[in-house]
Design a protein around this ligand. Structure first.
Ligand code: C2E
Ligand code: CA
Ligand code: CA
Length: 602
């Protein structure tokens, strides 16, 4: 039942708005009918269906009525008073003693005109009466009003009147069901506790009215932050407001999941800190706030949501005590250390190019039939002044999130194309270059232009360049990527699907994407440990790729056994430590020299 809509409208006097509210109340309400005569419940149900009600629970057995109520939790009960065995009075009495049934409104159906009966029912908490035989239009109106009153009461009890956000109990109810889903799927969630530090001072110096307006604006800002933080998109809920609560005068709680990484909760925290540090314009005045945020991770920091929220509050207290640059803290020490490292990586990456801290390494791509190197995959390396060596697995995802991957990716493409063009002329063969492209680059509006520019300036031929995109990336929002892939393809370059087998490919998209190459992920090659091994999945991947006209590359080949196995499966190319680790250009020269001895050097 849509309870939020009542009482929160911006235009309470707007008739059409009100009609719409009633309509949604009616269509979502579940009506329970308890009457010992089936004909009565049938007639009532027919009346009500005509009024737009759709959900009914009817029973003629008064002995079972309470059990059914506990199970189905109707929004309103239409109760006959005179029934054998258990009377309507008995049911009313029991309902009022039951904490869960207590709030359900009851409308009494009675043929009795007896004032005493009515008084007794009222005393027992009945909301309204309907005289039997029931008049259809009276029934509809009384029921509607009862539902509206219940919704209003629900609103008062469960929602903060100032901000419209859920109060703790209502919030916990939603959180518990989110938590159950997270547990089922073995995924993480996060609770954030957000404290508006200077609300008390603002109330004191500027008056409560400004303080109230600030809280309203602040809560809307919170919603906006949650909606627009891409790092927590996986936790996106239809109604963001159900994941936020006002849990104190100057305190808010947020619970959401699933998160791709628990550290993404820190991304949201930073976003909230930055966005709410902008002044709020209230009554023509600029009001500044500052917040402190604590984060607790589900289920690692607590498996129970109330405890989790409490731990987030404790983390917030740590952030306050600590003072210093960061206005948020995790509950666990390890998460804090990790979060500090991530921030250092983010900061370091911003100047990595200009400080010349990035390097390109090259790993040979080898033809399985001739055993000769046919080209290389460019792989980035970063040696940071502050952090030392940072592996691409550690920083590439961070660079993707911050968007740094766009300039970094353009840089590596340019460096590698210049180098590869030089190898083409030095060793006089059709050297092929592969460069990894992140989905962020694919979605960058300048991508096609950037690639074209690099090809033009380096003189590297388009048909010898392969752009590698990981399976998971292109398959997510596959439909929207088709056009982008075609645009890239129109430059004359080749496209490859990387880490194949780790994502969830849709076969129909595999066919619709303009792909030239498929790289079987290392994890499948790793499985090949003996000559006798059977690998039906790898065999199927190879044959699927070939049927789609694609070349197949085996990644991470480390042993002769693996090499021979992939040869046997008629895979065309391989990469792996068996030939060479990724090396800097100078070392790669030596590998090429071996396969393509230069005339001049002879
Ligand atoms: P990837 O594109 O799947 O690259 C292959 C990774 O496997 C490389 O790790 C490579 O060093 C490693 N590898 C190759 N042969 C073997 C082997 O025989 N055994 C083992 N154990 N590993 C092998 P690396 O260089 O650490 O790169 C990791 C990932 O980082 C790459 O996976 C790629 O997704 C990303 N990456 C690296 N450079 C770039 C880049 O310039 N741009 C983008 N967007 N991503 C990059
Ligand atoms: Ca790759
Ligand atoms: Ca790969």
């Amino acid at each position: 039942m849509n309870m939020r809509s009542i009482g929160t409208s911006d235009h309470p006097d707007d008739g059409t708005d009100e009609d719409a509210q009633y309509e949604s109340l009616i269509s979502s309400a579940t009506i329970m009918l308890v009457d010992d005569e089936p004909i009565n419940t049938e007639v009532l149900q027919t009346y009500l269906q005509g009024e737009g009600y759709t959900n009914f629970i009817a029973t003629c057995e008064s002995t079972k009525a309470l059990d059914i109520m506990r199970q189905k939790r109707p929004d309103v009960v239409l109760l006959d008073l005179m029934m054998p065995d258990v009377s309507g009075f008995d049911i009313l009495t029991a309902m009022r003693r039951d904490r869960k049934l207590h709030p359900i409104p009851v409308v009494i159906l009675t043929s009795s005109d007896d004032a005493e009966t009515k008084l007794k029912a009222l005393q027992l908490g009945a909301m309204d009466f309907l005289a039997k035989p029931v008049d259809a239009s009276e029934l509809a109106l009384r029921l509607r009003n009862t539902l509206a009153a219940k919704a209003y009461q629900h609103q008062l009890v469960n929602y903060d009147q100032l901000t419209g956000l859920p109060k703790l109990d209502a919030f916990l109810e939603v959180a518990a069901s989110t938590a159950a889903t997270l547990k089922e799927n073995n995924t993480n969630g996060a609770a954030l506790h957000i404290y508006v530090e200077n609300l008390k001072n603002i109330n004191k110096s500027m008056g409560r009215e400004i303080g109230n307006k600030l809280l309203q604006a602040f809560s809307r800002k919170l919603e906006q932050c949650i909606r627009s933080t891409e790092a927590i998109r996986s936790a996106f809920v239809a109604d963001v407001r159900t994941s936020i609560a006002r849990t104190g005068g100057d305190k808010f709680s947020v619970f959401l999941g699933p998160l791709e990484s628990p550290q993404n909760a820190a991304v949201l925290a930073r976003r909230i800190i930055i966005d709410t540090s902008e002044p709020f314009l209230l009554d023509g005045q600029q009001i500044f706030t500052s917040v402190k945020i604590g984060i607790a991770i589900f289920p690692d920091d607590a498996g129970n949501t109330l405890e989790l929220i409490h731990n987030a509050e404790t983390a917030m207290a740590h952030a306050r005590e600590r003072g210093g640059a960061e206005d948020y803290a995790f509950y666990s020490a390890e998460m804090n250390a990790e979060s500090t490292k991530i921030l250092a990586i983010e900061t370091g990456l911003r100047t990595a190019i200009e400080r010349e801290e990035l390097r390109v390494t090259y790993q040979p791509k080898v033809d399985l039939r001739t055993d000769k190197i046919i080209g290389a995959e460019a792989l980035i390396r970063w040696v940071s002044g502050e952090l030392g060596f940072v592996g691409p697995d550690e920083f590439v995802t961070i660079a993707e999130r911050t968007g740094q991957i766009v300039p970094i990716g353009a840089w590596i493409l340019e460096q590698a194309c210049i180098q590869a063009a030089q190898w083409r002329s030095t060793y006089a063969f059709d050297f092929r270059l592969a460069v990894n492209v992140s989905i962020k680059q694919l979605h960058d509006s300048d991508m096609v232009k950037t690639v074209q520019n690099v090809l033009d300036t380096s003189g590297f031929p388009a048909h010898c360049l392969t752009l590698e995109l990981t399976e998971g990336m292109v398959m997510e929002n596959a439909e929207s990527n088709i056009e982008l892939l075609h645009q890239l393809k129109s430059l004359g370059v080749k496209l490859s699907i990387d880490d194949f087998g780790t994502g969830y490919s849709s076969l129909s998209y595999l066919q619709r994407f303009p792909l030239d190459e498929l790289k079987i992920d290392r994890s499948f090659i790793e499985e090949v440990k003996s000559e006798a091994i059977r690998t039906p999945i790898v065999r199927a991947m190879v044959s699927l790729a070939h049927d789609l006209g694609m070349t197949v590359v085996a990644e991470g080949v480390e042993t002769e056994i693996q090499l021979n196995h992939m040869k046997m499966l008629e895979c065309e190319l391989f990469q792996g430590y068996l030939c060479s680790k990724p090396v800097i250009a100078k070392a790669f020269d030596a590998l090429l020299e071996n396969d393509y001895p230069r005339q001049s050097a002879a």
